[in-house]
Ligand binder design. Sequence first.
Ligand SMILES: *Cc1c(COP(=O)(O)O)cnc(C)c1O
Length: 332
Amino acid sequence: MATAFGSVFMPEMSITWFDGSSWSAVEMVPSDSISMHPGAHVLHYSSTCFEGLKAFRHEDGSVKIFRIDRNVSRMAQSARLLALPELDEEFMTKMILDTVTRFKSDVPAPPGSMYIRPTLFGTEPAIGKAAAPSETACFYVLLSPVGDYFAGGDRALRLLVDDQGLRCAPHNGMIKSGGNYASALLPTMRAKEKYNVDQVLFCPNGDVQETGAANFLLIDGDEVITRDLDESFLHGVTRDSVLQIARDNGLKVSERRLTVEELLERAAKPGCEAALSGTAAVLAPVGTLVYGDKEYTVGDGGIGETTLKLRKALNDIQWGKAEDKHGWLTDV
Ligand SMILES: *Cc1c(COP(=O)(O)O)cnc(C)c1O
């Protein structure tokens, strides 16, 4: 598929509306438009959150969704933290499963997949509610078939290490919300322009955190180091899965603070690797760090062996080529 990730959609999506007391019966509707009031809460006060997960086609023709329980509970958490109307987790799960079932035959074979984008937002027409939640809301499940993320070639990324700025307000870090992306956009654009980097690695107070849309892992020999969970950053399902696979493969997993100083020192060592984790790419190798106008090569600057091994191990589970030991796949 030559089109950009996430720009092709299935013609229909499932949708439900909250009227202040209950959610409407789920409907399948055309996915090309929705109608809402120009005063809708989301358009003014960013009352919105979303999820991103994938369905995979196995060789026997079956279709499985990866760790749906994690994404659904994170969605519920985002909704709670944004004071959006609550959505029952079972209800969301069923809606996602039903939507994928509807387009089961369109789920691409490996290395493609069906990307699932559940989205929730406040619809109340009330521009006076700057400091009050939306009483009404909409929730839909949009599907986007995606191809091979690395079709354009796998290359090691360049990251700007930023210990001055913030990705988003620290108390919003674990909410998967458009507002956090908007907040990281301009720093990322500036960094791309000035340093020719792909992403910004935000390191508030000198602590390595994450990029605008992916978690960061340092792989030093048989040790995987990544920040321990707190409310300041997004708790990636891929991060969690890769760490589990690393443990399964006898690697040592250290979830702890990592300072910029330690990062740069370790990264320079031969054999060191770094990677970004997220649903779209699973693991994307990082080859160069830019900090204080200086460039630091990670290991040999290329694509790390362990990074590829971990990515393949996770892909193999997703595509049914390795045993699903942890019960991560749900049948559609
Ligand atoms: C979605 C997201 C990630 C990756 O999470 P996954 O569950 O692995 O896809 C990481 N950081 C941010 C800010 C995100 O929004």
